[in-house]
Every structure is written in C-alpha cells, then in structure tokens.
Design a protein around this ligand. Structure first.
Ligand SMILES: N[C@@H](CCC[C@H](N)C(=O)O)C(=O)O
Length: 270
C-alpha cells in the first residue's frame, strides 16, 4: 500500500502525520514502528493520525509512540495536530478542538506558535516514594495527559538521561504502564531547563510537551513561581506553560505554547 504522509515537528519532537478522516487506514503496530524507524522508514518519535471525532469536537487525535503503542496524549504532537487540522479547515479557525484519550483539548494559533489548552493534571504525588541508584533527589509524579516523573537536579547537562531515565521508566512503582522521566534544572525562578526520557521511544527526545507541563507545575508547587513558566528544551527552543490555581492543589486553564512546523510530505510503500 502507498501511504501519503506528512512530517512535522514541535520543538524537535518529530512526527509522521497521516490523514485518516475517512478511516480507510488501519495501520498495525509493526507498520507504525517501521514508519518511525530512522533507518528503514520515515523516522520520527511518534505518529499522529487525524480521525473523525465521536464526541462533537472538530477531530479525533490518535497518538502512537515510535514503538507502535498508542499513548493517551502528546503535547508537542497536539500542537502539530492543531497546525495540521487548522490547515484542513475551509477557513482558518480561531480554535480547533480535538478528542484524545486524555480528554478534549483545543489548539489556537498565537503569533507563529500554537497554544494548547491541556487537560487537568491528575495523580499528583509530591514524593512518589520511588528512588533509583545514583540519583539523589525526590522523584515527583504527575499525570499531564500521560504519566511523568519530575526530578530536580543541579546540572541537567551532566545527567545520564538514558541510565536514570530507563531505571525510572521501568521502576515497579510506575508499572505496569511505566512513566516518562524528566530531569529539570532551575535556571532562575520561573525559568527551567529540561531533558526528557520518553516511554515508547525508549530514548531521550529533543522535547516533550506533557513533560514540560509536568515540570513547570512541579516547579510552581515547590517554589511558588507564578504563571507563565518558561521551559528550555534540549532541541534549543523555549516554550511557555500557563496555568491558574483553584484550591490548594488543583490547576485549571493549563496551556502549552510553542512551535509546530511542517517539514515535508511524501509517499511510502508499507
Ligand atoms: N512527546 C510527547 C509525549 C508522548 C507520549 C509519551 N511518550 C508516553 O508514552 O507517555 C509530548 O510531547 O508530550
């Protein structure tokens, strides 16, 4: 079968995008893994599929990691999805809404960037109770659409992200689903630097949107830094996380603002 695809990236987190509004595609786990393979396929951290919504939103967002497994949500992918689906509409919309496993989200174009209105975070554990060898810091946990551990460190550039990330991702505290792992340095109050090990890619990626949100919210909870919080990612971009607080622990109006760009389109035999 000849598959038409688009390649996009959000702050260096890159995706194969397919238009499946007519539901004619039924990609298998192996096919998705092959499409994301950087040596044998197109190469990407994940695959986004546009499908028709079932709940009254404009579209449905399906997200698959590079290993072919479906995940509930992807923040950088959501911005690319917002950019892609806005271009599909007859007139450039103010907002595009889309159904995800983690809830219904909305994307809007803000200057050259895309802003996502995120789902409310859940399962906050200021101390997850987990620890891994050689990493002497509290492992915080929060689900911002997908599960994230957040570890504050003094020098994020010096962290062995693969070793510690793998140990956290496979820690029994987070099984059976596993977790993503973020290593975060406070650059100044309200401005953090982050590196992320992603579940399903099983590697460090250049950026992780839900990880940035998780890290910014934890930074706020620990230091009181106000919204918006700036986040520098490995790929070199700086993104912005906005939020409001309701009550002691609840967050509302959580937003993620950053780039989402087309790279190329093509056809591939699968
Ligand atoms: N890159 C993403 C997160 C994608 C899902 C994640 N790997 C998982 O399996 O939880 C982002 O930008 O949020």
């Amino acid at each position: 079968m000849l598959l038409h695809f688009y390649k996009m990236n959000g702050a260096g987190n890159d995706f194969v995008v397919v238009d499946n509004r007519d539901l004619s595609l039924n990609l298998t786990k192996d096919q998705i893994e092959l499409l994301c393979d950087r040596h044998r396929g197109v190469g990407a951290d994940g695959l986004l599929a546009v499908e028709p919504a079932e709940n009254g939103a404009d579209f449905k967002f399906r997200y698959y990691n590079a290993d072919g497994g479906e995940a509930e949500m992807c923040g950088n992918g959501a911005r690319c999805f917002g950019r892609f689906t806005s271009a599909l509409m007859e007139e450039l919309p103010e907002k595009v809404s889309f159904e995800t496993i983690a809830g219904t989200l909305a994307a809007e174009i803000v200057d050259d960037n895309i802003r996502i209105a995120m789902s409310e975070p859940k399962d906050l554990a200021m101390d997850s109770g987990a620890s891994v060898p050689g990493l002497d810091t509290t492992l915080h946990f929060i689900n911002t659409g997908v599960p994230h551990v957040v570890a504050f460190v003094d020098n994020v550039a010096a962290i062995d992200v693969l070793t510690h990330g793998r140990a956290i991702r496979h820690h029994e505290r987070f099984s059976p689903k596993g977790t993503n792992a973020n290593f975060v340095q406070i650059l100044e109050p309200g401005h953090i630097g982050i590196r992320t090990y992603e579940r399903g890619v099983e590697d460090e990626t250049l950026a992780c949107g839900t990880g940035m949100v998780a890290s910014a919210l934890l930074h706020h909870l620990i230091t009181g830094a106000p919204s918006p919080i700036k986040v520098d990612v490995k790929g070199g971009d700086t993104l912005e996380i906005g939020f409001e607080r309701s009550g002691d622990a609840d967050f509302t109006n959580v937003t993620l603002t950053g780039p989402a760009d087309f790279v190329f389109e093509g056809d591939i035999e699968i």
